[in-house]
Write a protein that binds this ligand. Structure first.
Ligand SMILES: Cc1ncc(COP(=O)(O)O)c(C=O)c1O
Length: 454
């Protein structure tokens, strides 16, 4: 009998985070100050982030110890299961083996608490009392609300307006954990006010919500800003996923030919993929695939350039694949993938050919999500369903080529708060947005005057 679940004991929870920057053939280029164009130093970031996180952001160390109080909280749900998708394999009729790492078992329902707990911990250690953040799908906001509650901090969440209305119970969840939540763009910040003045019906975007949260945190001495993705330290904290998965595939007597994750800012993808990229750099052959929405095709259609991380141009300039900071993606249901940029670490790995990317239309993604729900039982988050779709396509391609592959993907979260999206899909109301090249070029004009990567 083939085991369905590969479970690790709590003692196998990783003791260190893995820092891919130490092994990359080319380090990402520095983050730059928008005014001077000079690399940003720790002092520039200190008003927004605790120093320990800033040091992790620029660290060259291959591994960084996870503080014991953080591990203690992670043990509430970690190690997460690795599951052999036997029923999905049967439903597809594939000869390939498919495994998934299931991050939806966390209290907030996704991988996001892995970094939320660490960020709240370091903020508390440095005496900050309040964290401000943005949230797209509501998963990150829920994760930070949970972490702040467990560690005794105040939490303020700017939630992208389209998601705020699509997912009222995500807001209730955050409020249950004591957070205060507002729809973004809001009148509570100057950045939000400026957007509403230009477009009172703006659906919001992660870029706008980040501007609001940064402005909020910068305006108060006892506050820090917390970001749920993109930054090096956030990706670092997620590497517990891939480290556990490496141990689990070994227990299952397997090693993946393909490693797959969906990409918004890139944190769940990095969390699973980076420990495998370490193996790839050391000589293993692995196809590492990043899956994104065709409505926000940052890696597949955006250039590698310096750009702001937010719409209001409050952040430093980040070297990344980008669609331009004022690109507002269509209101697709994978709200967590509606971000104009992608983490610099992943952008550099794509440039260096260690990661490749594909973009999918949302109706195709939901078709795979429904197949998955009907075979494995779990109703996936629409974001995670992009990774499922990637795995389904790889398995079908292997069958066409007459080969058997071992495929591993990250199921980054469940979709229990996304039933409106499933309703739209099942009711035939889900639109596929073909993004015209003109719109990409229009948005990219905004980054024309910015410094160019070397
Ligand atoms: C379940 C889930 N998966 C993936 C993502 C995308 O973020 P990231 O690329 O940082 O993993 C989100 C973001 O909200 C999410 O909620």
């Amino acid at each position: 009998m083939t085991e369905t679940k590969v479970l690790l004991p709590e003692s196998a929870l990783p003791a260190r985070w893995y820092n891919v920057a130490a092994d990359m053939p080319n380090r990402p280029q520095p983050v730059r100050h928008p005014g001077t164009g000079n690399p940003v130093g720790p002092d520039d970031l200190a008003p927004l982030f605790p120093m320990e996180l800033i040091l992790q952001e620029v660290s060259d160390a291959p591994e960084i110890p996870i503080p014991e109080p953080v591990r203690e909280i992670l043990r509430l749900w970690r190690p997460t299961p690795l599951i052999r998708a036997l029923r999905l394999e049967q439903a597809l009729g594939t000869k390939s083996r498919i495994f998934y790492k299931y991050e939806g078992v966390s209290p907030a329902g996704s991988h996001k608490p892995n970094t939320a707990v660490a960020q709240a911990y370091y903020s508390k250690q440095e005496g900050r009392k309040r964290l401000a953040t943005e949230t797209g799908a509501g998963q990150w906001g829920s994760a930070l609300a949970l972490a702040c509650r467990l560690l005794g901090l105040e939490c303020k969440v700017y939630m992208v307006k389209v998601s705020y209305h699509q997912k009222p119970y995500r807001r209730s969840m955050m409020e249950t954990w004591g957070a205060s939540v507002v729809a973004s763009p809001s009148e509570e910040t100057q950045s939000g006010h400026a957007i509403l003045e230009a477009d009172p019906d703006s659906p919001g975007s992660l870029g706008i919500a980040i501007s609001e949260a940064v402005e909020d945190a910068a305006g108060r001495e006892d506050a820090a800003y917390a970001l749920g993705s993109v930054l090096n330290h956030v990706l670092l904290h997620q590497t517990v996923i891939g480290q556990e998965a490496l141990a689990q595939v070994e227990l299952a007597g397997a090693f993946p030919d393909v490693v797959i994750g969906c990409v918004g800012g890139g944190s769940n993808f990095a969390g699973l993929a980076f420990p495998f990229i370490r193996e790839k750099i050391a000589g293993k052959e692995i196809d590492v695939l990043a899956c994104e929405p065709a409505a926000c095709p940052t890696l597949t259609r955006g250039p590698f350039a310096y750009d702001f991380g937010d719409t209001g141009q409050l952040t430093p300039l980040v070297p990344m694949h980008t669609l331009g900071h004022d690109f507002i993606p269509a209101g697709i249901h994978a709200g967590g993938l509606r971000y104009h940029g992608v983490a610099p670490l992943i952008s550099q790995l794509v440039l260096d050919g260690l990661v490749r990317a594909e973009a999918y239309a949302q109706n195709d993604v939901f078709a795979s999500a429904v197949t998955f729900a009907g075979s494995e039982g779990i109703i996936p988050a629409p974001e995670s369903a992009h990774a499922i779709h990637g795995a389904v396509l790889r398995a079908m391609a292997a069958d066409d080529e007459g080969v058997e592959r071992t495929i591993l993907f990250n199921l980054s979260g469940h979709g229990h708060f996304d039933m409106a999206a499933y309703d739209d899909y099942l009711g035939g109301r889900l639109e596929d947005f073909a993004l015209p090249e003109d719109e990409i070029q229009r948005a990219l004009a905004a980054i024309e005057p910015l410094p160019k990567p070397a």
